[in-house]
Write a protein that binds this ligand. Sequence first.
Ligand code: ZN
Length: 285
Amino acid sequence: MKLVQFWRGDTAALGIQTERGIVDVQAEGARRGLPAPTDMMQAIQEGEELWARLAGLAQGAECFIDAPLAPVLTGTDRIFCIGLNYRQHAKECNLPIPPAPVLFNKFRNALSAHGDCVTLPPEYKEYDYEAELVLVMGKAARNVSEAEALDYVFGCTCGNDLSTRDLQFLRGGQWVLSKTFDGFAPLGPCLVPAGELDPNNLDISSTVNGETRQNSNTSDMIFTPAQIIADLSRHFTLLPGDLIFTGTPQGVMHGYPADQKNWLKPGDRVEITIQGIGTLATTFR
Ligand code: ZN
C-alpha cells in the first residue's frame, strides 16, 4: 500500500495511491459512513487496525482527488538525521567510519513535497543533494533492542537531505544551519508500510537533470535502521511521527574532485528513487 498526503486548501489530508488515482480517504470514509484518519499523523495513532481499514476503503473506492501532494508527513518538528552513514560516502568525504551514529536535525520549515520548487538563497553557492531512506516512527520507543526496533517503524519514504556546503564548513563544521533552510527536506512521494519493505536491502539513487549521481543500496549503511533506532532510543524517547533520515550513499557533489564540482542551481531538477517506494522530484529557483 502507498499512502500520500495531498493539499486540501492549507491542510494536509490523507490519500491512498492506487492504480486508479489517489483515494481521498476522508471523503471515501464519509461516503460509506466509516471512520477514517484525516492525515498521516492521525493514521499513525490508529495502531494495527489501520491497514485493514485503509485496504477496505481503497477497495471499491469512488472518491478520488487530483490535488498537489503535501510532504508525506506534516505536523512534526522532530526530524532526525544521521550523518556519514554509508561506507562509500565516508570514504569520498575522506572521513573515518564513525564509531556510533552521528546525529543532527532539521525543523518543519524544511519539509517540502514531491514536485515542489525550492528556493536556493543567493548568498551561498555550494548546494548539494543527498538521497536518503527516511523512516517514519509508529510507536514511542525507549530502550528498544536492535531485534525489536523495526516493529516501531510505521513506514518508509524517500528524502533529500539538501545541504549548503559552503555554509556547512564556514561555521566550524556544524550541520544544522546549512541543512534546514525552508524546503531543504523534500519528503515523499508516498509512504510504504514498514512491513512491506526490507530497509536493509533497497536500491537508492539520485539524478540531477536526468544524469545519475548516486546509485547504491541501503546495504552499504554503516548503522542499519534497526541499529539507529536502538541507539537513539537508548538516549531519548522516540515518538510516533518522528522522521529519521538515515544518511546518504556516495556520489554527492561534495565528494567530486575540485575541478568537477557542479553545485545545484536554479532550474535544476533532482530525483531521488528508492526501490519499492518511488521517485521524489524537486526543482529549484
Ligand atoms: Zn544526509
